[in-house]
Write a protein that binds this ligand. Sequence first.
Ligand code: SAM
Length: 252
Amino acid sequence: MKQLTKRQFKRYCDIVYNESGIKLTEEKRELLNARIGKRTRKLGVQADKYLSMIEDDPVEMNLFLDAISTNHTFFFRESDSFKYLNQSCKNIWCAASSSGEEPYTLATYCLESGFAPSILATDISDSCLQKGRRAIYPQKCITNIPKTTLRRYFQKGMGKWENHVRVKQSIRKLVTFEKFNLLKDSPSSKIFDIIFCRNVMIYFDKPTKEAVVDKLSSVLKHGSYFIIGGAESFSGINHNLKYIEPSVYKKI
Ligand SMILES: C[S@@+](CC[C@H](N)C(=O)[O-])C[C@H]1O[C@@H](n2cnc3c(N)ncnc32)[C@H](O)[C@@H]1O
């Protein structure tokens, strides 16, 4: 496909921003070009036609957002903040959970610590939610997992699933995957004992971050923790949480 024109690039960026809150920067131009090119070639349409297709068809919009979003995640990522998980964390929300490695990590950590919470894992991406529900991961994804955790909670694949592992039912049953767009959806009235929303707000601008923090903290129990990613911070934004340490805030 030809390179997107300046006008087309801006329109695609506006759509991504309006739909997901993600602020695409100029560095993402190549990525956007490549991903749109792949899809338009498959559909046999030009970039302008594809713009109207995603605007008119929610299914195509989902595929588009799926194709351009950064879903990078891994088991036991930034595990320092897990120390805030304890027996009182009966309901955990793992927002922007990508393909499930994060909520399954939380579940294994809790079970190993002697309690079994209910974990809501949400993401905007249908394909990520599907991967999470399937709970099958290539062997190369499990290098971070402690050996005992691996033995207890993961099953080795055989036959066509050789070189893969599946998360065992004892862990899977603790995690429920649901679609939730942090920008557009409203949480139910359920109150959470801790919220993890890591490595997604880094793609949001200040007003979007403020709205998302406000929305999530409205369903966080008083005295409970709000955990963000290591490269993220709420400094410079308006919020009602107390700073505890890098990546950790508390609702007071
Ligand atoms: C880089 S991954 C982070 C995954 C995981 N939290 C971690 O820290 O490893 C970012 C995730 O945010 C999701 N995401 C992006 N915009 C979103 C939105 N508006 N609502 C919900 N999820 C969103 C993406 O689909 C992706 O799975």
